[in-house]
Design a protein. Structure first.
Length: 265
């Protein structure tokens, strides 16, 4: 099983390298690409990766504003619209998805943009489910603020909780956040500073929480930000920390009865 997992990861790295450098996979229809990913066990953590048609990101955000698109850039937006810190993760209202499709999907030399539907529309999912429970997604969009006069981003409170959600339940040990579980070892050098960013936001919001995975999970649960059981079960397929933390935990079964936070919103 370990060798199979290593082979899948190696294949994934090869495909991503090919897309960045050669780009032949862009000529394969999207439905065929999705089937190939599933065939090779690469999964479909993200359904909708697009690329900007221009490296002038300010033009993209100006166009989104001119067309009154409802969206937020979820995180690592401090350099926008001048430059992107890696790919750009968009949470998008369903009615704005056609606007993004019109403006994006340039060649792979553009900045990669991942689109996630707030309601969980098909084709804009994460691991086959809404990126956030739909009620939370709608709330993030409704409470968004503007950064640099051009870029819609979550309000500070939603920034903290949505980033903690992403770090725990989607990134897991790749976030680099410490865990009290002895079997769980976070990566020593994560791609982004989740710990420092969450610590800064918690201090600004006066949230008395230690920045580790278990205490953050308890806080998210108390504020209605923990995923419902159906989502946790699916996230556990890709997240070792979720599998271990919620193993045999009766709290998951209790959480499944919370209709107000069901996966269908």
């Amino acid at each position: 099983m370990a060798l199979a997992g290593q082979a899948r990861r190696a294949l994934g790295r090869t495909v991503r390298w090919e897309r960045r450098t050669i780009g032949m996979t862009d000529f394969i229809p999207r439905p065929v690409r999705s089937k190939l990913r599933r065939l090779f066990g690469m999964g479909s953590l993200q359904d909708a990766r697009r690329f900007t048609r221009t490296r002038r990101l300010d033009r993209l955000f100006d166009a989104l504003n001119e067309r009154h698109a409802s969206y937020v850039v979820l995180r690592w937006f401090e350099g926008l619209p001048r430059r992107a810190d890696g790919d750009i993760d968009f949470l998008v209202a369903d009615e704005a998805l056609p606007i993004f499709e019109d403006l994006l999907d340039g060649g792979p030399d553009g900045v990669p943009c991942d689109l996630y539907s707030a309601s969980g529309a098909r084709g804009y999912l994460y691991a086959g489910m809404p990126y956030y429970p739909p009620l939370l997604g709608a709330r993030i969009l409704a409470r968004c603020v503007t950064a640099e006069g051009r870029v819609n981003v979550p309000c500070p409170e939603d920034h903290f909780f949505s980033l903690a959600y992403h770090a725990l339940y989607q990134k897991g040990l790749k976030s680099g956040l410490p865990s009290s579980l002895r079997t769980q070892q976070p990566v020593p050098a994560p791609m982004h500073d989740y710990h420092g960013t969450l610590e800064r936001l918690a201090a600004m919001l006066q949230l008395p929480v230690a920045i580790n995975m278990e205490e953050l999970d308890a806080l998210l649960a108390s504020r209605g930000w923990r995923p419902p059981a159906a989502m946790l079960k699916q996230l556990a397929r890709h997240n070792e920390w979720v599998r271990e933390h919620f193993r045999g935990d009766a709290l998951v079964e209790l959480h499944a009865r919370r209709e107000d936070m069901s996966i269908h919103g």
